[in-house]
Design a protein around this ligand. Structure first.
Ligand code: CU
Length: 572
C-alpha cells in the first residue's frame, strides 16, 4: 500500500548483524593500522590482502562496551594465495574488536605467540590431486515432469499442500501444511520454523572461550542463505524459489534460488508377501517431497531439509557440513578440549543446538500436547511373566509442567492431539513427535552464553500461541544479557491444554572433531520426525499404486519365490 504500517524505536538492544556488515567489518580490519602492526608481530612480513576476517559476534560478558556499542570480535586467517582455504591457517593470537556502527577497529587484543600452521588444507576440485576416477553417472529423470504444482508460493503435492516462506532471520519456513483426506482438507501445522541456534565452544583459553555463535539471532540464517543457481545438490526436476530480503540500509537484496524443492525416491514405502498368492508380493516405492535451503555462516554450512512423505510423515533433517572453526596449537602439545586435525591445527570441542517452533493446528486450533512414557508393569499375578509394558500418556496442562528432557529410560515421545476430533476407534486424532539424536549442554549453567540461550535448558517446551513469541532466545539475542525468550515466557506457567499450542524442540549435536572432519567436513545429520498417530483411520499410503513395470516385463517383485501353501507341501 506504499505506507509504513508500524514503526517502533527500540533502545538497549542490538539487531542481527547483516550481510553488508560482514563485508564492511572485514574491510575495516584490513585497513586498520592497529591490525597491521599486530599482524606483523604475529605473522611477520606478510601480504595483508591475504588475510581473511570473519565477523564473529561479541556476546555479552558484563563489560560496559558490550551494552553500549555495537561490536564484533572477528577471527582472522591467513591464506597462502587468493584461492587458498584460509581456515587452515588461523591467526590465533590476534583478536580485533570492531565498533560496527563506526565501522572501525577500536583495539586489537593479542594473546601470546602462536604458530601459523604450515600445511595447506584445500578441498576445491582444482586443488585436490588424484581424485577417484571410477564413478559412473547416476541420472534421475522425470520424463513427465514433477508431481507437484506451484502457484506463487503455494505448493500442492499428492495429498499435501503448504506455503513456502523465507525471511532473513529464520531462513526457510513452512506454513499451512495440510493433508487431503478423502473429502477433508485437514490442517496439520500452521507454521514451522527454525527459531534459534547456538554453537558454544568448549575451550576455556583466551582465544577460544568467547566463541558461541547464535546463527539465527546474531547472523541471520536467511541472510546467510546460498543462491543455489549454480548447482544445488538436488537431482531430478527442481523448482526454485527466490528470497527477497534487504540490507542494513534498507536496500533490496534478492537471493536467487534460495529454496530448492524436488521429489526423491526413498526406497520401500511398504511391502508384504502373501506366500499363498501367485501375484504377491505387493510393494510400493516411497517418494518424498524435499524443501530445502543451505546457509553458509562463515566457516560452517547448515542445510535445512524438510521432507513430506506419502504416509503422513513430516521430517526435518539438518545437515551440518563446511569447515570446522579452527585454531592453531603449539607443536608437541596435546589439547585437552579438542583435537589436532593437522600439524599445529586445532579443532576445539563444541556443540550445535537448534530450536524449532512447530505451531500445530491438528484439525483446528485447539490442541493438547501429551508426553508419552513407556513403562513396565510390575511383575504380579496379572503379569506373571513380567513381559508387560504400556504407554503412559500425560496431558501437559501448563507451561512449567511441559518443560522436559528426552528420556531413554521411558522411550519418551510426545503426541499432539485434537481432543474434540475423534478417529474411527473413538480416540482423539493425533501426531506423534519422535526426537532424533540429542544432547545436553556441557557448559555450566552459569556460563555467559547459557544465560542468553536458556532454550537449551530443556529439550521440549510448550506455550500457548502468542503472536509476539517467535524466537527461543528472545527477539534480540545479539549482545543481550539473556533471560529472554522461552525461559521468560514459560515462567508465567500459562495453561496449554485444549488451546492453540506451540511446540518448541531444542536438539543438540555434540561435535568432538576428528581429522576426517578436515579440511572439509562430511555431512552430519540431526533432526526429528512427526508421524501421524491416530490422525488417519488406516495407513494413508494404502492407496499408492504400484510403480510401472520396468523393461523386464514385470514389476520389481518378479524374483520373489512363490512357495506352495503348507498343505500342498504335506505339512501343517
Ligand atoms: Cu561442529
Amino acid at each position: 500500500g506504499g505506507a509504513i504500517r508500524s514503526f517502533r524505536s527500540l533502545s538497549g538492544v542490538q539487531p542481527t548483524m547483516t550481510v553488508d556488515e560482514q563485508v564492511e567489518c572485514e574491510q575495516a580490519v584490513l585497513r586498520s593500522p592497529l591490525f597491521h602492526d599486530a599482524l606483523r608481530r604475529h605473522a611477520g612480513d606478510v601480504d595483508p590482502s591475504l588475510v581473511m576476517v570473519d565477523i564473529w559476534s561479541a556476546g555479552n560478558y558484563g563489560a560496559d562496551e558490550e551494552s553500549t556499542l555495537r561490536l564484533a570480535r572477528p577471527l582472522c586467517f591467513l591464506r597462502r594465495d587468493a584461492t587458498d582455504n584460509g581456515y587452515a591457517r588461523p591467526l590465533e593470537g590476534i583478536r580485533p574488536v570492531v565498533d560496527l556502527n563506526r565501522m572501525e577497529v577500536i583495539r586489537v587484543e593479542e594473546h601470546g605467540n602462536w604458530p601459523v600452521p604450515e600445511a595447506s588444507g584445500n578441498y576445491a576440485a582444482n586443488r585436490v590431486e588424484d581424485q577417484r576416477n571410477n564413478i559412473k553417472p547416476i541420472e534421475i529423470s522425470q520424463p513427465q515432469g514433477p508431481s507437484f504444482t506451484v502457484v506463487g508460493r503455494h505448493v500442492s503435492w499428492q495429498k499435501w499442500s503448504f506455503v513456502v516462506g523465507f525471511n532473513a532471520r529464520e531462513g526457510l519456513t513452512l506454513h499451512h501444511i495440510r493433508y487431503r483426506d478423502g473429502e477433508r482438507d485437514r490442517p496439520v501445522i500452521y507454521r514451522a520454523s527454525l527459531t534459534e541456534m547456538v554453537v558454544p565452544y568448549g575451550d576455556p583459553g583466551p582465544t577460544q572461550a568467547r566463541k558461541n555463535a547464535f546463527d539465527v539471532g546474531e547472523y541471520g540464517m536467511g541472510m546467510c542463505a546460498n543462491s543455489l543457481k549454480l548447482g544445488c545438490d538436488c537431482l531430478g526436476h527442481i523448482h526454485y524459489f527466490d528470497a527477497d530480503l534487504c540490507t542494513s540500509r534498507g536496500e533490496p537484496l534478492k537471493i536467487q534460488n534460495a529454496i530448492c524443492m524436488h521429489e526423491e525416491d526413498f526406497g520401500i514405502l511398504w511391502k508384504h508377501t502373501d506366500r499363498r498368492l501367485p501375484d504377491s508380493p505387493e510393494v510400493r516405492r516411497s517418494r518424498r517431497l524435499v524443501i530445502s535451503s543451505v546457509s553458509t555462516v562463515k566457516n560452517y554450512e547448515y542445510g535445512f531439509f524438510w521432507y513430506l512423505y506419502q504416509d503422513g510423515n513430516i521430517q526435518l533433517e539438518v545437515k551440518l557440513t563446511g569447515i570446522l572453526s579452527l585454531g592453531s596449537y603449539p607443536a608437541g602439545q596435546k589439547p585437552a578440549h579438542g583435537m589436532l586435525v593437522a600439524p599445529n591445527l586445532y579443532a576445539p570441542n563444541h556443540q550445535h543446538f537448534f530450536n524449532v517452533r512447530l505451531d500445530f493446528d491438528l484439525d483446528g486450533m485447539a490442541n493438547t500436547v501429551q508426553q508419552i512414557d513407556v513403562v513396565a508393569d510390575p511383575v504380579s499375578p496379572d503379569n506373571p511373566f513380567g513381559n508387560a509394558f504400556r504407554a503412559r500418556s500425560t496431558p501437559l496442562t501448563s507451561e512449567k509442567m511441559a518443560r522436559a528432557h528426552l528420556s531413554l529410560e521411558t522411550g519418551r515421545t510426545w503426541k499432539v492431539i485434537n481432543p474434540s476430533v475423534k478417529n474411527h476407534v473413538g480416540e482423539p486424532v493425533g501426531y506423534r513427535f519422535l526426537p532424533g539424536d540429542n544432547a545436553l549442554p556441557f557448559a555450566s549453567a552459569d556460563a555467559w552464553w547459557r544465560k542468553r540461550a536458556r532454550f537449551v535448558d530443556y529439550h521440549v517446551w510448550v506455550t500457548p500461541f502468542q503472536e509476539s513469541e517467535n524466537y527461543a532466545a528472545g527477539d534480540y539475542p545479539n549482545q543481550s544479557i539473556g533471560g529472554d525468550g522461552l525461559i521468560q515466557w514459560t515462567e508465567q506457567d500459562r495453561p496449554i491444554e485444549n488451546t492453540d499450542v506451540v511446540f518448541w524442540y531444542t536438539f543438540g549435536h555434540t561435535h568432538l572433531p576428528r581429522p576426517e572432519d578436515y579440511p572439509v567436513m562430511p555431512t552430519a545429520y540431526i533432526g526429528f520426525l512427526l508421524k501421524p498417530a491416530g490422525f488417519f483411520n488406516i495407513n494413508p499410503a494404502n492407496d499408492v499404486p504400484p510403480s510401472p513395470a520396468k523393461a523386464v516385463g514385470r514389476d520389481c517383485c518378479e524374483l520373489a519365490m512363490v512357495i506352495p501353501p503348507p498343505h500342498e507341501l504335506g505339512i501343517g
